[in-house]
Design a protein. Structure first.
Length: 323
């Protein structure tokens, strides 16, 4: 595989290899010298047409810890604001000698277009495209779950899947590339996934996703669960559609938020996850976000290891992931 665009392109073997490689990368990060020489002489471009904190910084940290040079491009302040197209931006990057492109874009399919339009011949890593895919977020979520499901948060053993794990994903499924990618990857690894959302935030065609869907958060929580993943309410994508997806923030919090009552009722072994950035008081209360059972900071930390693994497998170890 040349690119990392869509979880649907991965076999279970590929996903486990990525996660095992991420564990190997994580092990190197507790050393005194964190930097590995693996990508010395390579140049990685961070091409961000949409805002990001975690993904952009952790791809940058991952590339630098593998000794690659990193060029960071953000659409704001670039010639994109003068109307430059994705194609011309791609041609410019290749002419500058880039070896790989990490791209985030507000349009679903932008990463696929960049990889397959024939404009350039470089590996593309999708850092989130519209409401479509966020594969490295799904991988870091799977890494975090694998550790907690089998090893109480310690590094997972090689070859571990999520067979038997039960995961609830709650919130704005409609606008969530994280939900799409997580459902695909977690089910590929053997987990049983339940989605919870108000009817207005459920996408058309969800019946074809490999998961159960309910509108009732409390009904989903009545079953034993290993993890609850709370999704951000993506108000920026709602306002362009005129809003009206739920009556009020208070109503949303009562019906679909991880509020203090639901948090207090969770089993002690259930971990709390969120891809960030969080809307505290809307989809998650501060007590849940800051509790010892929250693994949200671990998710961010695992994101660096997962992105090191993806860069390593695509740039330094060609052919290790299936063709
Ligand atoms: N989870 C995630 O994609 O966060 P950022 O938007 O900050 O990158």
């Amino acid at each position: 595989m040349k690119h990392l665009i869509d979880i649907a392109d991965l076999s279970q073997e590929d996903a486990v290899l990525l996660l095992d490689t991420a564990e190997a990368m994580a092990a190197t990060q507790s050393r005194r010298v964190k930097k590995l020489p693996t990508l010395r002489g390579k140049t990685v471009v961070n091409l961000f047409f949409e805002d990001s904190t975690r993904t952009r910084l952790s791809f940058e940290a991952a590339a630098k810890r593998l000794s690659a040079d990193v060029i960071s491009f953000s659409a704001k302040g670039s010639s994109v604001s003068k109307g430059e197209s994705l194609k011309d931006t791609a041609l410019t990057l290749e002419a500058m000698g880039a070896d790989a492109v990490i791209v985030r874009h507000s349009h679903s399919g932008a990463a696929h277009r960049l990889a397959h339009a024939g404009w350039m011949d470089l590996p593309v890593l999708n850092a989130g495209d519209g409401t479509h895919q966020h594969p490295t977020q799904a991988l870091l979520d799977a890494m975090t779950l694998r550790r907690h499901f089998t090893r109480g948060g310690e590094p997972a053993e090689e070859g571990t899947t999520l067979e038997g794990a039960r995961v609830i994903i709650v919130g704005d499924i409609l606008h969530s590339r994280v939900a799409r990618s997580d459902v695909q990857l977690l089910s590929l690894l053997g987990a049983e996934v339940t989605l919870v959302a108000p009817p207005t935030l459920v996408p058309v065609g969800i019946e074809n996703w490999p998961c159960r869907v309910t509108y009732d958060f409390d009904e989903a929580l009545a079953e034993p669960t290993d993890a609850v993943i709370m999704l951000r309410v993506q108000r920026e994508r709602m306002s362009s559609l005129g809003g009206g997806f739920f009556p009020s923030p208070g109503e949303y919090h009562r019906a679909y938020g991880l509020d203090i009552i639901r948090f207090d009722a969770l089993s002690p072994s259930t971990v709390i996850m969120h891809p960030g950035p969080m809307n505290r008081g809307l989809e998650i209360c501060a007590q849940a976000a800051d509790s010892p059972r929250s693994v949200i900071v671990e998710q961010v930390n695992n994101g660096v290891s997962v992105r090191m693994a993806a860069l390593y497998l695509l740039l330094a170890s060609k052919g290790t992931i299936h063709e």
